[in-house]
Design a binder for this molecule. Structure first.
Ligand SMILES: Cc1cc2nc3c(=O)[nH]c(=O)nc-3n(C[C@H](O)[C@H](O)[C@H](O)COP(=O)(O)O)c2cc1C
Ligand code: SF4
Length: 447
């Protein structure tokens, strides 16, 4: 199926715009919780297989295949946890908070199905502290789901498995970007400092309270009910060969109509900017865009025919020269072959009036501020990226600063416990590659 054929398909935003979409009564009137009923008639392993068939890939940034992740839970695991990552804090990304506010029951149903598939009896939602409104809405939805008998009550299982009962707890974080990284999130949920853990062991083997745990993004799980109802093949057909379904894209920056949109997987950036978002204000020329949250290397104006999809961005031959050292782990942005990636769906568009060096410096200051400080290359390196980039942006750069920035970024990538270091190094290298002339211009002005 081409992306044009899937243009009008809405999965996770299907209840947006419906009055009272966050209420259980509206959700059930519109067919809610039917997928859960169907799921309970199937063996748990069949659900994981269906999700594998669907080609659903994690929407938290890394794009890891969800069904495959679920199958990493060891067969002998006695306690299994499902944890929803609702910590959304990547600059440029603002989709999960909308999904939580408009359709919390879709998330709860997705969690219930996933929990049944995984053998989880107690699931958690870790929500960013600042999302107070969303936390209130989600807690109200949880309370309604308990009162309505969907949670906290034993359900019969159709095919002779154990009766299934699920508890869900909402936990509010304190607002640290690093707590979105799955192992930092688990530490924080355990009441510890939100520092990432070394992997392996991966959470599927030793996660929350040292037990087998799956961490999934909000959007990822909200796709699950439709996969159960309509089938994995239906979902896979909507997308590109390796990425099923649709994609939530949050567009900000220099466009006439910014916002959160559910779009077909594979739609080119050109169509998002000029069609979905109405083009650039004042008819200005496009300078570039960040394709998937601030941790992704940017694209320049000649690269906007690349489709919004996990793999196309990594392998597009036109995106050259972003050298990343071998050894970069597969997380957040796709690893060794990385050029750039659709990441968390946050598209930031910038026109030709933009001071790209100042933009890059702003991003670097964010990562320096949010580094947890555990590893030296990240703690020191992000600080130096921020300082050198900021002095360049202010016209106070020194000879050799452009090379220095590249060297620092190379010193971080592949040498840290978690990918936050790379989240700074990759865009730095990307900005230097795509907009080198802007950096050199700043240097000449300083001289
Ligand atoms: C620094 C950092 C911040 C992250 N922030 C988030 C986040 O806010 N939300 C999220 O779902 N994933 C975030 N991730 C990715 C998670 O570690 C994890 O891969 C994801 O929650 C897995 O869910 P998925 O497989 O459904 O995508 C972050 C990763 C890193 C390294
Ligand atoms: S890479 Fe940065 S954020 Fe991640 S563990 Fe190391 S110091 Fe902390």
């Amino acid at each position: 199926m081409s992306w044009q054929d899937a243009k009008d398909v809405k999965i996770v935003t299907k209840n947006f715009g419906v009055d009272g979409s966050h209420k259980l009564s509206v959700y059930t009137e519109r067919g809610g919780w039917q997928a859960f009923r169907k799921a309970l008639t199937l063996p748990p392993a069949a659900l994981t297989d269906e999700v594998k068939k669907s080609n659903l890939r994690g929407r938290g940034g890394a794009g890891f295949p969800t069904g495959m992740k679920w199958s990493f839970i060891p067969k002998e695991a006695r306690t299994v946890y499902l944890v929803v990552n609702a910590d959304e804090s990547e600059p440029g990304t603002c989709k999960d908070r909308e999904l939580l506010a408009y359709d919390p029951h879709l998330l709860l149903e997705g969690m219930a199905i996933a929990s049944y598939a995984l053998g989880c009896k107690h699931a958690y939602i870790y929500i960013r502290g600042e999302m107070m409104r969303e936390a209130r809405i989600v807690q109200a939805a949880i309370d309604e789901a308990y009162a309505g008998g969907f949670l906290g009550k034993e359900h019969a299982v159709g095919t002779g498995g154990n009766p299934f009962k699920l508890e869900i707890t909402l936990h509010r974080g304190a607002g640290a970007y690093i707590c979105g990284e799955e192992t930092a999130l688990l530490n924080s949920l355990e009441g510890k400092r939100g520092w990432p853990r070394l992997k392996p062991p991966f959470p599927a083997v030793k996660g929350l309270f040292q037990q087998a745990t799956i961490v999934n993004n909000v959007e990822t799980l909200m796709n699950v009910p439709d996969i159960v109802t309509k089938g994995g093949e239906w979902f896979a057909r909507l997308g590109t060969p390796k990425s099923g379904g649709t994609r939530i894209v949050c567009v900000s920056g220099h466009v006439k109509k910014p916002g959160v949109f559910e779009l077909p997987m594979g739609i080119p950036f050109r169509d998002i900017i000029y069609d979905v978002c109405g083009g650039i204000p004042g008819g200005r020329a496009l300078k570039g865009l960040i394709p998937g949250g601030s941790s992704m290397p940017p694209l320049d104006a000649n690269e906007i025919d690349v489709p919004v999809e996990f793999d196309a961005l990594m392998t597009d031959p036109r995106i050259k020269d972003v050298e990343v050292k071998p050894g970069v782990p597969f997380d957040m942005g796709g690893g060794r072959k990385l050029k750039t990636m659709a990441g968390s769906g946050g598209v930031v568009v910038f026109d030709d009036s933009t001071d790209v060096v100042a933009l890059c410096a702003r991003i670097m200051r964010f990562y320096a501020h949010e580094s947890c400080g555990q590893c030296t290359p990240c703690r020191e390196g992000t600080g130096w990226l921020a300082r050198v980039c900021t002095r360049l942006a202010k016209g106070q750069g020194e000879a050799g600063d452009v090379e220095l920035l590249a060297n620092i970024a190379h010193g971080i990538a592949g040498n840290t416990i978690c990918p936050l270091g790379e989240a700074a190094a990759w865009p730095m290298l990307g900005f230097l590659t795509k907009f080198r002339a802007d950096f050199e211009h700043k240097l000449r002005k300083a001289a």
